[in-house]
Every structure is written in structure tokens, then in C-alpha cells.
Write a protein of this length. Structure first.
Length: 430
């Protein structure tokens, strides 16, 4: 299968952050990685392959370095995408509605009039206590219908979508609010009265597909940021053994600021690196020197120039679909890329034959945020911000180029494989 097909499968199996972690964990299991629980004591050996999760929606995998202070090669992406979290069900005007709250900054109109599914986790009472069970019924379950144009003649004249009105989802005609909890119970394999909690979201049911004159385009939900999650994971799994350690991070809650225990602003990565160093008998001096010789990528998608709205881009640095991986810069430090980390990433990509595009926001149009600069406050890693160029970011269905998916995969594999060593006034490559 080609890269786009593999990506579509990864996204199809990852309708929620919890499912994204499950999908990644299955790939790691298959590759011989050992799952560790944070609450247990760890026994780590040099060169050992491990992963652990936090809150079920974030995951860090790593290969132990050969010796203390050897350093780390790291890439990080995020598991979450803008979505609608379900608060519960209620009857309105004779119909059963799913009551929602927006998660992240989505393009609201793109969610209307399309089949939506339910996915997430249900917390179930058991004889032993409480157990989390993932659910994702494989069928269309809800829709957010527009009012007819006959009833709202101004809907094409700048309609403002009200989250409390427009973005509530139709679940069933009639008074069937109990059917929502019954559905959760059936999918979780428990009685309704044994459901103690749930984290459920609506997600777009459309599967990834190709489009364009010769299939050059891909259309798929959650490209931001599961495309980067998939590509960095592939690069990590393909990395050859080396003296330094390798780390792959999949954080939750990037779309809402990362300020959670499972987000990039939490202690997840510092905790894992500390445990890994402790197992090696690493001293504080060795830890400090190891971090100084480490390198990281923050992988989150970037904006390609839109042919209908070219003025939204910085025309001096146009990023084009099919033009290769995006390397992102921001003077306000929303992106972590420096001259040094840009040079290293470009050199790695040049050796691998991967095209790289430079991205800047228009100076008068501040862009979005990502996780790299936040992660850097927890672990002071030299880092570059990269991503897949795309259109319609935060739409229910997003657009990118198939060739860029392949380029991103190749770049991530080259990043983990490259021999980069600190040297006087720079870094040695080779």
C-alpha cells in the first residue's frame, strides 16, 4: 500500500484521541515494544524498546540510549483534533438531540449536513472498581442539519453559527433520550446503571479518499494532526539502532492549549526522560549534557496557499500543495525553529531527497499555535517546527497532497536515522 492509503487506515482507526493512542500502541506492540504502566516500577535496559501512556490519550515511546548522557532524537505530534464533545441527550421539539460543546477551533459550517459518528471512552463500574472501555460504533449516528433556505433566506449572507443552536446534533425523532445511554452501555458491554462516566465526541465518518486530475489530492478528516502522528511514528519505527536514544511523543489537548497532565505542557516527557536516565545511572551533569546534544521535531500541519484566497498567505513565502514538507518560522516564537535547527533539518532532508518549503504567517495575520514552544519550556530541546502543507485546516474534512504525505514520511525517517553530532560552532553531519 502507498503512504496515503496507510495514512487513511491509521485515521480511520483513530476517531478519538483514545483510539489514536490505541492504534499507535498496536503498531508499537507489533514492532516489539514493551508497554509500561506509569504507576509501576520500571526495569529498563540499554537499547530496550518501551512505551507508556497517560490518561489513555497521550503516549510516549522510546528506545533506551546505550549509555548515560548519549542524548535523544525526538519527534512530537498530537492525538486530538477539533470536535464536538457530547454532554448528554435531551428531547427538543419532539426530537432527541445530542447536546454538544465545541472542543478546539473548528470551521463550524463544515460539520453540518454530514453523517457523524460517536467515539471515545466509557468508564464502567466493575467488581474490581472502575474500568475504561473504548467505543466507536461503526455506523452513522447523528447529524447537525441546517435550516432550509426557505426558512432562513439570509443563510448565504454571512450566517453566524451559534454553538448553542446550530451545532446540536439530531440523534433520533421522538423522545428517545434513554437510547443514547443504552447505546453507550451496549457498546461498552455493561448495564446502563454501571456507567459512571464517559468522554464521548462526535466525529466525521467520511473516510480518506483521493481526488484531483490524477489522484494527486487527498481528502480526509483529522489530517491535523494525525498525518504528522502517522509520519513521525513510521519514521520512529524505521529508525536504526544507535548510541543515542529515540523518542516518539503523541500528546493530547494541543487544540485547547496543551495545559493538561496529558498535554505537552504537562510533565509527561520530563518524567519519561528522567526515568530513562535513572535506569542508566545518569548523573545530573550527564542529563544536562545529554539534553544539550539532543534534537527534536514538533510536527503539526501548516497552511498551503489557497488558490481562491491567495491574499491570506505571505506571498513572499508561498507554501504549495505538492511542494514538500513545511518548515515553520515565527519571530514571536510560536514556532521553535531557529537558524540552527532549520539548517540541520534542511541538511537531513537534502541528503534524503526531500523538498522543504519555508512558512511564515502574513505579518498582519497571526497564525495558530502548536506544541513545540510549549514542550520546550518543559525540556530545553533544540527543536524545529515542521508539518504537512494542507488546505481547510480545522474543517471537518481537510485537503492535502499525496506526494507531501510521502515526503513527510521520508523526512521523519531520515530525521531519526541521521547522524548529527555537536561540533565546534555547529554540528557534524554524517
Amino acid at each position: 500500500m502507498n503512504d496515503s492509503t496507510l495514512l487513511f487506515d491509521f485515521i480511520r482507526r483513530s476517531p478519538s484521541p483514545w483510539h489514536a493512542v490505541k492504534t499507535a500502541a498496536e503498531a508499537l506492540d507489533e514492532a516489539g515494544y514493551t508497554r509500561l504502566e506509569e504507576r509501576e516500577s520500571w526495569s529498563l535496559v540499554p537499547g530496550g524498546k518501551y512505551y507508556t501512556t497517560r490518561e489513555g490519550s497521550s503516549l510516549i515511546a522510546w528506545r533506551q540510549p546505550a549509555a548515560p548522557g548519549a542524548g535523544w532524537r525526538i519527534a512530537a505530534a498530537h492525538s486530538d483534533s477539533p470536535a464536538y464533545r457530547v454532554k448528554g441527550a435531551a428531547v427538543k421539539s419532539g426530537c432527541t438531540m445530542l447536546l454538544t460543546e465545541g472542543y478546539g477551533g473548528m470551521i463550524r459550517a463544515s460539520w453540518l449536513d454530514r453523517p457523524l459518528g460517536l467515539a471515545g471512552r466509557v468508564l464502567v463500574r466493575t467488581a474490581a472498581g472502575v474500568e475504561a472501555r473504548l467505543i466507536a460504533p461503526d455506523r452513522d449516528l447523528a447529524v447537525m442539519p441546517h435550516p432550509a433556505i426557505h426558512l432562513d433566506r439570509n443563510i448565504n449572507d454571512g450566517h453566524k453559527y451559534d454553538p448553542k443552536v446550530d451545532m446540536q446534533a439530531l440523534f433520533a425523532p421522538g423522545e428517545k433520550a434513554a437510547d443514547y445511554e443504552a447505546l453507550l452501555a451496549a457498546e461498552a458491554g455493561c448495564a446502563v446503571e454501571d456507567i459512571l462516566g464517559a468522554d464521548i465526541l462526535l466525529y466525521c465518518r467520511q473516510e480518506g479518499t483521493t481526488a484531483g486530475a490524477q489522484g494527486e489530492l487527498i481528502l480526509c478528516p483529522r489530517l491535523d494532526d494525525l498525518a504528522c502522528a502517522w509520519a513521525t511514528l513510521q519514521g520512529f519505527l524505521e529508525a536504526p539502532a544507535s548510541q543515542e536514544g529515540a523518542v516518539w511523543c503523541l500528546f493530547d489537548n494541543e487544540e485547547v492549549g496543551s495545559g493538561t497532565r496529558q498535554g505537552a505542557l504537562g510533565t509527561f516527557l520530563p518524567d519519561v526522560l528522567a526515568a530513562a536516565g535513572e535506569a542508566l545511572g545518569e548523573t545530573e551533569d550527564e542529563r544536562r549534557r545529554g539534553i544539550a546534544k539532543s534534537l527534536a521535531l514538533s510536527a503539526d500541519n501548516g497552511h498551503a496557499i489557497h488558490p481562491n484566497f491567495a491574499s491570506y498567505a505571505d506571498g513572499d513565502f508561498p507554501v504549495r500543495l505538492g511542494g514538500g514538507v513545511v518548515l515553520k518560522f515565527n519571530a514571536g516564537q510560536k514556532y521553535t525553529t531557529t537558524g540552527l535547527t532549520a539548517a540541520l533539518f534542511k541538511a537531513v532532508c537534502e541528503q534524503a531527497g526531500v523538498p522543504v518549503q519555508t512558512y511564515y504567517n502574513r505579518p498582519d495575520m497571526p497564525g495558530g499555535s502548536t506544541l513545540g514552544n510549549l514542550l520546550g519550556t518543559r525540556v530545553p530541546l533544540p527543536m524545529a517546527d515542521i508539518g504537512l502543507p494542507q488546505l481547510a485546516m480545522h474543517s471537518c474534512v481537510e485537503t492535502a497532497a499525496a506526494s507531501d504525505v510521502a515526503a513527510l514520511h521520508k523526512a521523519c525517517a531520515a530525521w531519526y536515522a541521521a547522524k548529527l553530532t555537536p561540533a565546534e560552532n555547529g554540528w557534524a553531519i554524517g
